[in-house]
Design a protein around this ligand. Structure first.
Ligand code: APR
Length: 307
């Protein structure tokens, strides 16, 4: 089982490390355009194997030959956000990168599943989908797991209850108009509204929407990577173990939730074939309106792409 991570920056290198340490692959290939970076990081990571106790080979490279026959490719290549930049500001620069990366992936791993992480996420997932010509179930993006993890963390901070007992789902595009579903947020099955006041919940939702920006403001020269890489690797794990997890992911919509011809964050079943099913949960009018607005924003950005 070979897993490739394209982009050996903060998110990519951390994802590769998590994949190796979780023993999800026999070979982890790290690709980057900068000479020496993927080679150095991969060797350093491999040298942690005796201590961490994993058997995977970790290979760093600037070309794609070593990625041949990958089961899953995680794409993190591109520019990260700087303070004051929205995810959309990155659009055209990263679209060109994703296009060239996708061509190489399709050439060397025509059967692979691709998990996009590069922002603006839903638009970049579309670029990979179009460039590879793969079926849509094999090209999907990480967004909702990270947004949901942030939301669950904030709710845990608020209630003092373990994050493990807080269940929630955040849908929509991976932008500031994401859609946290309060009605489906529970603490061990108990509706969150019985535990946290409406005002505090509104503030937590707002903090979740701006969760990426909050980290960018602190780091100044880059964006979040511990939680984003953990989220991407949760998806890798669901695919390689054929776990049939129900997770929010950016998936290609063809009429589900009344939305078509765009990627957006929706609940999906993730297994060995990638997105095996889109789960059309019941949304009220307000939630539907938010999801549509979020999806329309993605659509506008797809239409504005300058490829
Ligand atoms: N092919 C391979 N790697 C590339 C290419 C390319 N064409 N272009 C850029 N890269 C590499 C850079 O050399 C860099 O090592 O992508 C890496 C990006 O790493 P960072 O700048 O550290 O960015 P990171 O924080 O990892 O974020 C990557 O994930 O969460 C998103 O918004 C984030 O879009 C950003 C992406």
């Amino acid at each position: 089982m070979k897993i490739t991570v394209v982009g050996a920056g903060h998110v990519g290198a951390t994802a590769a490390q998590r994949i190796a340490e979780k023993k999800l692959a026999t070979e982890v290939v790290l690709v980057d355009i900068v000479d020496g970076i993927p080679q150095g990081k991969a060797l350093d990571m491999w040298e942690s194997a005796p201590i961490e106790g994993f058997d995977a080979k970790v290979i760093g490279t600037n070309t794609y030959e070593a990625t041949e026959g990958s089961s899953v490719v995680v794409v993190t290549a591109g520019l990260a956000r700087k303070p004051g930049m929205s995810r959309d500001d990155l659009r055209d620069k990263n679209a060109g990168i994703i296009q060239s990366v996708s061509e190489q992936i399709a050439k060397y791993s025509p059967q692979t599943k691709i998990i996009l992480v590069t922002n603006p996420l839903d638009v970049m997932t579309y670029v990979a989908f179009k460039t590879t010509g793969f079926e849509s179930n094999r090209v999907f993006g990480q967004a909702g797991i990270l947004d949901t993890a942030r939301y669950r963390t904030f709710l845990s901070m608020e209630t003092g209850i373990s994050v493990r007992d807080i269940q929630a789902m955040v849908l929509g595009g991976h932008g500031d108009d994401m859609v946290p579903l309060l009605r489906y947020t529970t603490v061990a099955g108990i509706p969150i509204t019985q535990m946290v006041s409406k005002d505090r919940l509104d503030e937590i939702v707002q903090r979740t929407r701006q969760g990426g920006g909050e980290i960018v403001k602190y780091l100044k020269t880059g964006s979040a990577y511990y939680a984003p890489s953990a989220a991407a690797v949760e998806m890798v794990e669901a695919v390689v173990t054929d776990a049939k997890r129900l997770l929010p992911c950016s998936a290609w919509l063809t009429g589900e939730f009344g939305i078509s011809d765009t990627y957006a964050g929706v609940p999906v079943i993730l297994g060995k074939d990638g997105v095996e099913k889109i789960v059309e949960i019941d949304l009220n009018d307000e939630e539907k309106a938010m999801l549509h607005e979020s999806a329309n924003h993605v659509k506008e950005n797809i239409a504005a792409l300058n490829l």
